[in-house]
Design a protein around this ligand. Sequence first.
Ligand code: HEM
Length: 491
Amino acid sequence: RWKCQGPGPCGSKTLPSPRPLPLLGHLLELRRKDLPVRFMELSRRYGPVYRLRFGTQDVVVLNTTELIREALIKKWSDFAGRPQSYTADLISFGGKDLSLGNYTAMWKIQRRLAHSSLQRSLRTNLEALISQEAQQLCQDFLSYGSSPVDVSKDFSLHTCRIISSMTFGVLFDKKDPEFQVIHKCIGDVVQLWSSPNITVLDSFPFLRKLPNASLDALMQAVARRDAFVKHQLEIHKETFQPSEIRDISDSMIHFLQERKQQEQTPAAAGGEEFDEDYIHMAIVDLFIGGTETTASTLTWSVAYLMHHPQVQERIYSEMLEVLGPERLPEYSDRVHLPLLWATISEMLRLRPVAPLAVPHATTRDTSLSGYFIPKGTVVIPNLYAANHDETKWKNPTQFRPERFMEAEDPKQAHRDVLSFGAGARVCLGESLARMEIFFFLAHLLRHFRFLPLVPGQLPDLCGIFGINLRSKPFQVRFVPWTEPGKDEGQE
Ligand code: HEM
């Protein structure tokens, strides 16, 4: 299977692979909590690309920027698929998902639609919305006084409010019960879906008939999520005016209505109809992407900056110099705030929230670095390994934002951070995420120093590896720069 059998993209070499266990293959590797780091270790022994076998599934792991670019950019259509699974189908109307859906004609329409709707929303007054949210968050932190704060919840409530406003035109109150339900169940679906009690159902079909409390909880969270999205879409359909596209839902409804009017027959679209479920799932994915990922990067940034109070001070001085004491930051200021911008890239590099991206699948027989890779192989781009590649990044585990400013080609150095993936499946929300991280950090650092509760008691930077790379909970005091307490941190 791993040698090219005939005409096609022949590679003469066979992919290296660690010795597998009988029946299980390399399945036990999946029990490791720090999978991206483990994959990186394996690459030191077996080379930057190797093959593993999980049960009946062949998996190829890519561990360098060059290999990931060759696969996802140079040969993008060969690697644009997603592995299909029983549980992904369960939570997405039978696979009509944007991030988990396979590379089909319907998916391409869905992705183009989500992309253009999001871009349209980015072109409106998004900057004002995000800046307001960041100011609101500063007000909240001020109101907590010197009490400690667990920032991750606050960040995710605010990022969720932003994506709700962009999608449905509603800026929910953080305490609104309806908002709290959607905020919670979006997180619950992701956590439950990636839990071992659920993932096991993909590999062992006979277990699907047995009672499974995790599966029941997952389906309840999915039902709550779907009820919320359906309700919002119904409201939009009733009030929709083609002359006034207000938000992402409107853009999507407009597209669907136009498509129906043009009488696109299912036959013309390859036998399938582009129905409302695709819109529903695209919105769900924007909510998932738009909530925890950015919030997680922000939380990591606070944790790292607590370890590096001198970087906080330098960013604060940089902002004072560029903005003066009064003016609020604007997004165009980022080019004049190189240390802040470099700190954001350094954070994305060191702690990519989706360290193994989302698994890809080959859509046809192909090759990579001279190795033959058959159609249907699952491909894991190890973004964490690429961002820690010693040949590209000096002392890669160190937090050193200056590396971007000192680079021969700083723009290229920023681009070399692969945390948003690349190619046909590159993250749809990169521009939004960067803008959010910029505004939240700029506003927070302009107002406050980030200090530990007790001097020297700093957050653990190791993190929790799972479907995403989260920091362990920690508490921080946001102390206005005007108050004393300068030397409480630790460099
Ligand atoms: C720091 C923040 C973020 C990071 C690090 C991040 C990272 C990623 C990564 C690594 C992927 C998978 C790429 C691949 O499969 O090769 C992805 C996919 C995706 N992201 Fe993000 N993301 C972030 C924020 C967002 C935001 C704010 C949104 C939405 C508003 C979003 C929406 C999506 C969607 C819809 C996909 C699926 C794309 C597809 O399969 O075609 N993400 N993201």
